[in-house]
Design a protein around this ligand. Structure first.
Ligand code: SF4
Ligand code: MG
Length: 333
């Protein structure tokens, strides 16, 4: 079995004041194969970072399961999880916020190694830290400096070096490039790809749009308001998006191919992302979908497999649902 991670009907709800519940992650299922980059994409607020943290066991789940190499992440004792988590690491969106400003780069990278008591001698520890710095394109001269002395791209490299310190197999990259200048985004992605090739990492790559993810992922899940609405290969998602939300996300990114440009009109999503405290009934996307009809308001679409490992949750793909008159007049752009 080549699955390294299995996420099954995972839920993460937060209790708020006045008996309200924020359903950040509301029943998502997918699996990640060893060695692949799996993209998890959706607008900010759709629950993807919460999903990442719950998968890591940083948040307790509200329901469902997370199996890492067949073992339930959430059924471990704190001590077991501490050991277990060596194999799973996370790279964060804002490298500055995730690095202690009062620690040197050396101390930042040494921390996980010291916590896990991996090296017996100072000499071994230093050798490992210098090796890590070099593997991310930095060098030992950087070791005694502080995070503020580095550019955004370099800080993300420091964050990556720290994530690699424990020799993980699986890394959750939570928007690792969205806070960086466009000019350095590609170099950080190239670094992640090179490291994956060298060390055989598996990535769960979280992003708010498809522009980079579609190039680096083998498969992609599109998330909307705590749910996955479409899941398939990068190829299929790009050339044959079936869910209206995926179509809108794709239409928002510039494409170099003029033939596709022609066929794909810009779809402007109307309105804001609804609140996950009181999500829409039926299909969660119905308040913004140009195809929405009465059935979409009352009936939740079921998760269906189309041809070739292409999963989608939309009534348009379900012959048993009668699509009635559209709720809204479609806007031509
Ligand atoms: Fe749109 Fe209805 Fe499909 Fe939801 S189920 S995406 S509202 S057409
Ligand atoms: Mg986020």
């Amino acid at each position: 079995d080549d699955k390294i991670l299995e996420v099954k009907a995972l839920q993460k709800h937060f209790s708020l004041e006045r008996n309200q519940t924020l359903k950040a992650v509301n029943g998502i299922s997918f699996d990640v194969k060893k060695g692949e980059t799996f993209g998890l994409v959706g607008e900010s607020g759709c629950g993807k970072s919460t999903a990442g943290r719950t998968i890591m066991g940083l948040y307790n789940r509200s329901g469902g399961e997370v199996l890492f190499k067949g073992q339930d992440v959430h059924k471990k004792t704190d001590k077991e999880r501490h050991q277990f988590l060596r194999q799973m690491q996370m790279i964060f969106q804002d490298p500055y916020a995730s690095l202690n400003p009062r620690s040197t780069v050396y101390e930042i990278i040494a921390e996980p190694l010291l916590v896990h008591e991996i090296y017996q001698s100072k000499k071994e520890l230093s050798a490992k830290i210098y090796e890590l710095l070099e593997s991310v394109g930095l060098n030992r001269d950087h070791a005694n400096r502080y995070p503020h002395e580095f550019s955004g791209g370099q800080r993300q490299r420091i964050g990556i070096a720290r994530a690699l310190a424990l020799d993980p197999e699986f890394i959750i990259c939570d928007e690792p490039i969205s806070a960086l200048d466009v000019s350095v985004q590609a170099s950080v992605v190239k670094l992640l790809q090179r490291l994956q090739k060298e060390k055989g990492f598996t990535y769960l790559f979280i992003a708010h749009d498809l522009s980079m993810v579609k190039y680096i992922s083998s498969r992609i899940a599109v998330m909307y308001l705590g749910k996955i609405v479409e899941l398939t290969t990068s190829e299929q998602l790009y050339h044959n998006p079936l869910h209206p939300y995926t179509q809108a996300l794709l239409s928002a990114i510039p494409i170099p191919d003029p033939d596709i440009e022609e066929a794909r009109r810009r779809i402007i999503l109307e309105g804001e992302l609804p609140s996950p405290i009181d999500p829409p009934t039926g299909c969660v996307f119905h308040t913004r979908c140009a195809h929405a009809c009465e059935a979409c308001v009352t009936v939740e679409p079921t998760w269906r497999e189309q041809e070739g490992e292409h999963f989608v949750a939309c009534h348009l793909m379900d012959d048993s649902i009668e699509m009635g008159k559209p709720l809204r007049v479609q806007q031509e752009v």
